[in-house]
Design a protein around this ligand. Structure first.
Ligand SMILES: [Zn+2]
Length: 566
């Protein structure tokens, strides 16, 4: 299925087609020549001709994978009205975002471990996070047709040579993308020691842009991309309003997860649980009882209700009021040893109990919650839940979903390159070792399977990567200055790293089109958009910052993207 194409875009399609394939039908230029080709300034006057010119430039200048990921991440009813793609590795910056279409945040580890179930080896075929759910279904021998993913059965023993596992654990190292593991290769010795005994996928990506948490988790759970499951970003437009994806509990996710269908088909006999931080993480598990005929799966989060940012954590394990009716929060989750016990270990690591970790005040890091201490703290809860709820005890395969968020939090604070990240990864690796030993002890060796993955990578330090930071605030004020008419209706609804929501009626009333906005964005330079003290390097002031800016409807009609599997 392809996204619906509005009338305007359909009209433009013929023009776009001619533009994107090239008059002589020659293949697209190589990535090298693309990178060297700057976006052009359009001279066309009619809206359709200008949109087709924007589209042609995007097909000519942008790597096809980048456009494909962007397209898979767009739904015209929910996404921003204009898609923006910086010139790699630049990024639109409030903070250190990982929401990009580029390899450096899209490449993720996917590792299957399960003696007797998983065929050890290194697998080089390209896969995406949409393949996780159908692969898990294959382990369960459960018929499941994913919208976009494919079961990676080459990494499993044949059906007749393996029994059903008692437990399948899906374990997410949030933000622990390939770029993090490669940056700190000595910080995960235990995982490295497991690799020869499992299936390691060397060419796994998120597969859809922007690579952020709601997208990654919904894709893992459903085997579908945002174009189908509807979690297109940290915000989605529903009924004309921009809302958080889980503002209404699980209701806005449009596709069922594997666990939704499997649990119901098995008459809710399997135990199903998620231990995570945010409601969005739970969506890799299920809609809970909201999916007709299903029961309330166990779920534990720690999300601050109506938090300013997507990552705001509560002081207790909880469920948000939107999620609470559909899931069961176990009664004992807040009765575990306190975080302070684990914070002390982090504090002592440098030899002194002085309230500091790597030169940072622990108090200022949410009293230690934003340090690696939260990993063993959460892990104690995971083990308690597995024991108390008797996961993996009977013959009916159970499903456990766990998200660990320390790498993500520390990445936003210190980047992928901060020395703090090496501690975050090492602590995660130590928790993995404890977990494998625990599962071997309680469920039994050869009785369970683990899928370990990340939902996206982490932004490197711009000093290292050479990225130019495009100030999101300057984009917003610049757009207002250029396209608002000063009445009390704001034309700009929200600017995110990969897309911009506008009040399209107001834009039209002010005499502008989405092509005007796109063209304005394309012409922005480093001098127009630098963030804080990060002034452009001498000689770079007049360099453009965006490789593409496109009305979202045109993106859905790009022939250089269409024709590929969605
Ligand atoms: Zn994430």
């Amino acid at each position: 299925m392809t996204p619906r194409v509005p009338a305007g875009a359909a009209l433009a399609l013929a023009l776009v087609l001619a533009a994107c394939t090239g008059d002589d039908g020659s293949p697209s230029p190589s990535p090298e020549s693309r990178a060297a080709t700057p976006p052009t300034t359009t001279t066309a006057t009619s809206p359709i001709a200008r949109e087709s010119e924007l589209a042609r430039d995007a097909c000519r200048t942008i790597d096809r994978d980048v456009l494909l990921r962007t397209w898979r991440g767009v739904r015209l009813d929910r996404s921003g009205d204009v898609q923006i793609i910086p010139i790699e590795p630049n990024f639109v910056s409030g903070g250190l975002t990982h929401a990009t279409p580029f390899d450096y945040t899209q490449e993720v580890p996917v590792f299957l471990y399960g003696p007797g179930f998983v065929r050890p080896g290194t697998y080089d075929a390209p896969i995406t996070l949409a393949d996780v759910a159908p692969t898990t279904a294959a382990l369960l021998k459960f018929p499941f047709v994913a919208r976009d993913g494919v079961a990676q059965t080459q990494a499993l023993f044949p059906d007749e040579e393996r029994d059903l596992p008692r437990l399948v654990v899906t374990l997410i190292w949030d933000s622990g993308g390939t770029n993090v593991l490669e940056r700190w290769p000595d910080s995960w010795p235990y995982l490295a020691s497991l690799v020869p005994h499992g299936a390691w996928f060397t060419n796994a990506t998120v597969g859809a842009s922007p690579s952020n948490t709601p997208i990654g988790h919904a894709t893992i759970g459903t085997g579908a991309f945002p174009v189908h499951h509807g979690f297109v970003d940290e915000y989605i437009r529903v009924n004309g309003f921009l809302q958080k994806p889980n503002a209404n509990g699980p209701a806005f996710m449009l596709e069922p997860t594997l666990a939704d269908l499997y649990d119901r088909a098995m008459r809710n006999r399997p135990k199903v649980a998620a231990v995570a931080t945010l409601a969005a993480h739970v969506m890799m598990m299920s809609h809970g009882s909201q999916w007709g005929g299903a029961d309330r799966d166990l779920a534990v989060t720690r999300e601050k209700e109506f938090g300013e940012t997507a990552g705001a954590e509560s002081v207790q394990w909880n469920l948000t009021s939107g999620m609470a009716p559909f899931y069961e929060l176990p009664s004992y989750v807040n009765d575990l040893p306190p975080l302070s016990r684990y914070v002390e270990e982090v504090d002592r690591a440098d030899g002194a109990l002085d309230g500091m970790w790597r030169g940072n005040s622990i108090e200022q890091l949410s009293n230690g919650f934003d340090t690696p201490a939260r990993t063993p703290f959460q892990h104690a809860l995971v083990e308690r839940l597995v024991e108390r709820e008797r996961f993996g005890v009977d013959d009916v395969p159970d499903l456990l979903y766990v998200n660990y968020k320390a790498i993500d939090t520390i990445g936003h604070l210190f980047s992928a390159d901060g020395i703090e990240m090496s501690d975050a990864v090492a602590t995660q690796d130590a928790a993995l070792e404890r977990f494998v030993e625990f599962l071997d002890r309680t469920v039994g060796r050869g009785e369970w399977v683990m899928v370990l993955a990340a939902d996206h990578g982490t932004q490197p330090d711009p000093e290292t990567s050479g990225a130019f930071r495009i100030d999101v605030a300057k984009l917003e004020t610049g757009l207002r200055d250029a396209f608002d008419d000063g009445d009390d209706v704001a034309v700009v609804e929200r600017v995110r790293p990969s897309e911009i929501w506008l009040d399209r009626g107001e834009l039209r009333e002010n005499g502008h089109t989405l092509a005007d906005v796109s063209q304005w964005l394309l012409e922005l330079t480093q001098a127009d958009t630098f963030k804080n003290q990060n002034v452009p390097d001498p000689g770079h002031e007049n360099e453009r910052v965006f490789a593409a800016a496109l009305p979202s409807s045109i993106l859905a009609a790009l022939p250089c993207v269409r024709g590929s599997s969605s």
